[in-house]
Design a protein around this ligand. Structure first.
Ligand SMILES: [Zn+2]
Length: 666
């Protein structure tokens, strides 16, 4: 699912531009968040129902057949839903299905026999015809009717589109909304082996659902038409959908490297199917090729992939048929990637939703990388990191009662995708692909997974334990803020200079107190730059690096591999017998446009000289030498007259020197 529609519209225009553009994207994203909050506002009206989760543990669902009769005038649904199940308990005499109180149940049948049933809040209790042994099967058909309510993200909607107010009807069940319109076991953990959806509606409707279209029947009443959609892949109940309107059909064919070709069907409002939208939708087959190559074959090759337009401001990855509020590259890639991450392998519980959303969001970056190269990928990830730094709490969702919390965009989406980006950095490109393909081909395929399932596969493929990574990034909170102090000295041998760097980090939390990560460090020297990686596994740690020239600057993680902040990088240039007088030099603001404020902490009196050096180490401005007493000093310095660029602020005392990098902007 994706709600950040506006953001991705902007991204498609701004993609080649650098990370600074990220800020301009936020107003759009925020507007969407507000829209979403309005949906959640409705949730408050139904507090009791939403936290009954995860369904009846006494049954294991094997099959759903939804036979639905739906009208727009009046808004109404009449259904006969058959649930195939096996008893998961010995001597099962009754069980419940989740079904909203708004739906009135007329009867429940099994093998032509009426069963006794009763209602509990948002549940339908059914007595079995005879006690069921563990593993024994039963198929019950529930006859019910009503006006489906709309909870969560808007689980069932009767709406209109276009200037003619054409009716459109759709479902969006994730996470707890399926019970609003059909009796089910409302849990992603229990997938049915297959499903059928029959939709009977007035002939103005094209009715769309999961799997292959088996048949379209014009009924003898001469006013209604029945669509039968057949799905023979395992499916989670929340991925079963209906979408109905006066759709126009735009068809493509996907030809996989091996196997038969597959239809790609776009059901679009007639007035929305412009040349531009056709072109945008046309990317779907390219994406199918790209993702199949990256993740393994498209999971539902024997059926289809497609889109059905709906009136919700985002997209939803219904199995083989994503529901879409609009069309742009990002959201098409996102929902398509969900067919692997979410539909083929489904998060077993909503606590592990990042296994769906983190990977689908990251897949957008992968596709950007495929079409726009590394700069497009980095721009995308820089924007995701800006959002991810606003994430609160752990990626593992600790409060499932609030839909807004499960689908928090900063955490579940942005931090989720950034964590996948960091995993790729930790294991390397080749192992990363291998991990994803192994996961998709594992026994988890067409089933469900937890973080631990994925972590076990990642560690096995990588060849060493990645437990530290998942522990800190999935179950931990926040991200590291790094500080570095460094000095250099000439060395003997092939590397002419030796750099000693002390990295320390704070996290603002005890969970974790520090992040263990391979940390890239770039050392700029007068003989070229060196990029090295240290394995940083302590809160404060000193590393020795060998570089090829006289070092001028040190940069932490220049390619943005890690979700982090870098607070301070200080160079200490020291002579042999010089006492340590200055304990801190801070420079604000940074970047600066006019006036710098320097703060100097002195452990003992000293006299020193402040100067500004260009990247070549040449002095371009200076202040007269001055005396400092013990304690804190503040020095103001107007530098706006200099050209924009990178500079080093230098404080020299005796033969000891401290420098701070500063960026001057205009
Ligand atoms: Zn999603």
């Amino acid at each position: 699912m994706r709600t950040h529609l506006l953001r991705f519209v902007f991204l498609s225009f701004f993609l080649p531009v650098a990370a600074l553009q990220a800020q301009t994207l936020h107003p759009g994203a925020d507007a969407c968040r507000h829209t979403r909050l309005n949906y959640f506002g409705r949730l408050a009206a139904h507090p009791a129902a939403r936290i009954k989760y995860p369904g009846d543990a006494g049954i294991d669902v094997t099959y759903y057949k939804l036979d639905l009769n739906i009208t727009y005038t009046p808004n109404f649904l009449r259904g006969a839903v058959t649930v195939g199940l096996k008893s998961a308990a010995d001597n099962l005499t009754r069980f419940f299905l989740d079904l909203s109180d708004a739906m009135q149940v007329d009867s429940v049948l099994a093998g032509g026999r009426k069963l006794t049933f009763s209602r509990q809040p948002d549940q339908l209790l059914i007595e079995t015809p005879q006690p069921l042994a563990k593993g024994q099967g039963l198929a019950v058909t529930v006859y019910y009717k009503g006006i489906p309510g709309s909870t969560g993200l808007g689980s069932f909607a009767f709406a209109t589109h276009g200037s003619q107010n054409q009716p459109v009807i759709w479902s969006l069940s994730e996470p707890y909304g399926a019970r609003d319109w059909f009796p089910c076991k409302d849990s992603p953990a229990d997938k049915a082996d297959s499903s059928d959806v029959w939709i009977t509606a007035p002939r103005t409707f094209v009715s769309v659902s999961n799997g292959r279209l088996e048949r379209v029947l014009d009924n003898p009443d001469s006013t209604t038409r029945t669509y039968h959609w057949r799905n023979r892949y395992p499916i989670a109940n929340y991925l079963i959908s209906v979408a109905m309107s006066n759709y126009a059909l735009y068809e493509q064919v996907y030809k996989p490297a091996q196997g038969d070709s597959m239809p790609v069907t776009h059901y679009i409002y007639p007035e929305a199917l412009t040349e531009n939208v056709r072109r945008t939708l046309g990317q779907t087959t390219n994406m199918l090729t790209f993702f199949s190559d990256y993740f393994g074959p498209y999971p539902f090759l024997k059926e289809k992939y497609g889109h059905a337009q709906f009136g919700w401001g985002g997209g939803m990855e219904h199995q083989t048929i994503s529901s879409m509020g609009g069309f742009n590259t990002g959201i098409i890639a996102h929902e398509l990637a969900h067919q692997w991450f979410g539909d083929k392998i489904t998060c077993r519980t909503w606590e592990h939703i990042w296994l769906n959303e983190g990977f689908a969001s990251y897949a957008e970056a992968l596709y950007q990388e495929a079409i726009g190269g590394t700069p497009a990928y980095r721009a995308y990830m820089a924007a995701e990191m800006t959002d991810a730094r606003r994430a609160k709490g752990s990626l593992y969702v600790r409060d499932l009662t609030d839909v807004d919390n499960i689908f928090d965009s900063y955490r579940t989406y942005s931090k989720g995708s950034v964590v996948v980006h960091m995993l790729r950095w930790v294991v390397g490109d080749q192992k990363f692909r291998e991990i994803l393909r192994t996961y998709m081909a594992s026994p988890l395929a067409y089933g469900t997974a937890t973080t631990e399932d994925f972590a076990a596969i990642a560690s096995t493929v990588y060849g060493q334990s990645l437990d530290y990574f998942f522990k800190e990034w999935i179950y931990g909170e926040n991200y590291p803020t790094y500080r570095a102090t460094w000095s250099s000295s000439p060395a003997a041998g092939s590397a002419p200079y030796r750099v000693q760097v002390t990295i320390s980090q704070t996290t603002g939390t005890a969970n974790p107190a520090f992040f263990t990560m391979p940390l890239p460090i770039q050392v700029k020297t007068d003989a070229g730059d060196t990029l090295l990686t240290v394995f940083n596994d302590r809160q404060s740690q000193t590393f020795e690096l060998a570089v090829k020239g006289r070092p001028t600057e040190l940069v932490i993680d220049p390619e943005n591999r890690i979700l982090k902040q870098v607070q301070d990088v200080t160079q200490v240039v020291t002579g042999l017998n010089d006492p340590v007088a200055v304990t801190a030099l801070t420079v604000t603001p940074n970047p600066v446009s006019d006036r710098l404020t320097l703060r100097i902490d002195a452990a003992q009196p000293f006299s020193g000289r402040l100067s500004l050096l260009n990247p070549a180490g040449q002095e371009v401005a200076s202040l007269p030498e001055q005396s400092f007493t013990t304690g804190r000093h503040t020095v103001s310095w107007t530098v706006g007259q200099l050209a924009a660029g990178r500079y080093l602020v230098s404080l020299s005392t005796g033969d000891r020197r401290l420098t701070k990098a500063v960026i001057l902007t205009k």
